[in-house]
Write a protein that binds this ligand. Structure first.
Ligand SMILES: [Mg+2]
Length: 112
């Protein structure tokens, strides 16, 4: 089930993560996992603030949202690389856990 939906993600994420690591190491100063974790949460906070503005009825461009989503994605990759986390493996493991839980709930007639 998981392989059918996420086969390409899992296959390609490892290379994407490696490419980001090479780019970061070649052109930017080395930084700690703690730095990248704070950066990740800062960027996620910027994204959340845009969604809060929308929730309050203000207009926010999709380009601005995409920019913050990109910042968050990049920060996650940098964090994972700094901690030597194999995101493809971690995501595959997590998707299996989610799928097992979803199926168990479905068998009880409940939504995930
Ligand atoms: Mg940002």
């Amino acid at each position: 089930m998981i392989n059918g939906y996420f086969k390409h993600l899992i296959e390609n994420l490892e290379q994407i993560q490696k490419d980001f690591d090479n780019y970061q190491n070649q052109y930017f100063p080395k930084r700690s996992p703690e730095f990248f974790c704070l950066e990740l949460n800062g960027e996620a906070g910027e994204l959340a603030n845009l969604e809060k503005k929308i929730w309050k009825g203000k207009t926010v461009s999709i380009e601005h949202i995409a920019d913050e989503a990109a910042d968050t994605f990049i920060a996650l990759l940098n964090y994972a690389n700094s901690r030597k986390i194999n995101l493809a493996l971690a995501v595959a493991n997590k998707l299996q856990i989610i799928e097992q839980k979803r199926i168990a709930l479905q068998q009880k007639g409940e939504d995930y």
